[in-house]
Design a protein around this ligand. Structure first.
Ligand code: ATP
Ligand code: MG
Length: 355
């Protein structure tokens, strides 16, 4: 190390940081000689306890140990990556730089968020490929059969054409939902906020879901509005309607025969809470945590099955759109559900301020 006291003070300050890069110094035997608060947090040991410990004992990471070993033996900087922290849950880019005295400086730069973003993107591409491949494959098959002239009778040919049309509708809906989602996510859609009467919104959703529900023999109920409450939410009425309609659509799709969908709203701490309740299959606790993610479906075959009855696509995007719309309004979403009994989904939006 330099003997300049300013350098020493600067390095000491860097060592003590708990955010940003984590620094430590090890000797040529890969034992820790300097460690600060950052390393202490990462290893969950007091910094003092780390001094004299081997790198492998302190961090339990073979890749980190190998990297330092390489830098020490080659006397040249070595770059790599290592998963550190409790259960290796945090990813770090590691830079091991030899000092003239034989010691090494290790600089650990956290890349956990980057890794997560990469995984989300990879999952996204996998999911979307899957969603596109299935309908495309059946369209291809049916079109091939038709063009090979294999379908002699006009009625069968007609059926094929109808099926092709339905698959293409699925694809078109998928693309539309994806575009919508990406626009909302990127903040490209500007919300036209205005004071909106919750009762009007709910009544509108009930009217729009009515025909779909009727086709499946599901009743739609409007819950009585709270008495003596004159609430107005700050919302883009079109987007809010779209979100609630998505919830209502699910409430019909995942209901049981003869079940009911109940739409309503109530005052809540966050402003107004819109509720969409059903008597359907419900959602188990672990799935409840994940259904608002893009493409997440509890049961793929079931989603497909119930689709044919409601005539809509099932991409697993509906709830992701609902969440994004709510959050764009500064609101939130949630669900309470009991398996085989039903679910209550809610969207909570802030009240409109005084005009
Ligand atoms: N009311 C509900 N009751 C039971 N399960 C539900 C309900 N709403 C959603 N789910 C579950 O959550 C999953 C995700 O819902 P989401 O609306 O995002 O997708 P989807 O309905 O499958 O497809 P999409 O809405 O894109 O057409 C569904 O596949 C279903 O498994
Ligand atoms: Mg849906």
């Amino acid at each position: 190390m330099s003997t300049d006291p300013l350098d020493a003070a600067a390095f000491a300050a860097l060592l003590e940081r708990t955010a940003g890069d984590i620094l430590l110094i090890i000797d040529d035997q890969l034992r820790i000689t300097r460690a600060g608060a950052g390393a202490a947090v990462l290893t969950q040991r007091p910094a003092g306890e780390l001094i004299g410990m081997s790198l492998i004992a302190a961090f339990g990471s073979a890749p980190l140990d190998a990297l330092a070993r390489r830098a020490a033996s080659e006397r040249s900087p070595s770059l790599g990556e290592a998963d550190l922290g409790p259960r290796g849950g945090r990813a770090f880019a590691v830079d091991a730089v030899p000092l003239t005295g034989g010691e090494l400086v290790l600089a650990l730069h956290e890349i956990t968020a980057l890794r997560r973003a990469e995984r989300v993107r990879r999952d996204f591409v996998t999911n979307i490929s899957h969603e596109l491949r299935t309908p495309l494959a059946s369209v291809k098959l049916m079109a091939e059969t038709l063009s090979a002239g294999a379908v002699e009778d006009a009625a069968t040919a007609g059926q094929f054409a109808v099926q092709i049309e339905r698959e293409v509708d699925h694809l078109a809906q998928l693309v539309a939902e994806l575009l919508d989602l990406s626009m909302i996510e990127s903040g490209e859609t500007t919300l036209r906020l205005e004071p909106v009467d919750p009762t009007t919104v709910i009544a509108d959703v009930a009217e729009r879901i009515g025909p779909v529900a009727a086709r499946r023999g599901i009743a739609v109920q409007l819950l009585p509005e709270p008495e003596g409450v004159e609430a107005r939410v700050s919302a883009d009425a079109g987007r809010l309607g779209q979100a609630l309609l998505n919830l209502a659509h699910n409430a019909v799709k995942y209901n049981r025969p003869g079940g009911e969908v109940r739409l309503g709203w109530e005052s809540s701490a966050g402003g107004v809470r819109f509720t969409v309740a059903d008597d359907g299959i419900g959602i188990s606790e672990p799935h409840q945590q994940r259904i608002f993610e893009r493409f997440y479906k509890v049961d793929r075959s079931r989603a497909q099955e119930s689709d044919d009855a409601t005539g809509g696509g099932s991409a697993g995007l509906g709830l992701a759109i609902v969440r994004h719309i709510a959050e764009a309004h500064g609101g939130s979403v949630g669900v309470r559900s009991v398996e085989r009994e039903g679910s209550v989904f809610w969207v909570e939006l802030p009240l409109a301020g005084p005009a």
